[in-house]
Design a protein. Structure first.
Length: 124
């Protein structure tokens, strides 16, 4: 049977030669197709790498902008100019023993008056 494949001829060509040629053509087109797909993937990888580099540049720029915006001297100038805030003086600092006293809520006159008004409005 196998010997018949080697001896049989189709239009002057041996059948084994025709099958080998067909196999080589299929193999060549398959390799070409995979090469084309690999080229596309390589282009996609290059695009993604370019995007990563751009994003890294953007991150560095944003970090530099944050460093500028959070600069203590700049914040101090802005708070003094727009809000009228000044640094806290050393005599305003509290000791550890004074913290419980400072943590207690204070009754303000406005809050007490508001409670009285609310209480009068609720009572019939």
């Amino acid at each position: 049977m196998i010997a018949a494949l080697f001896k049989r001829r189709v239009r002057g060509f041996r059948l084994v030669d025709v099958l080998a040629l067909a196999f080589l053509l299929v193999l060549a087109f398959t390799v070409y197709g995979f090469k084309t797909l690999a080229g596309r993937e390589s282009a996609d990888i290059t695009d993604v790498q370019r995007q990563i580099v751009q994003e890294q540049k953007r991150v560095r720029l944003l970090r530099a902008e944050i460093a500028h915006l959070e600069e203590p001297g700049r914040l101090s100038r802005l708070s003094a100019h727009y809000l009228g805030l000044q640094p806290v003086h050393a005599d305003r600092e509290a000791s550890l023993e004074a913290l419980p006293e400072l943590a207690r809520p204070r009754e303000t006159p406005a809050a007490g008056a508001h409670k009285a008004e609310v209480g009068e409005a609720v009572q019939p």
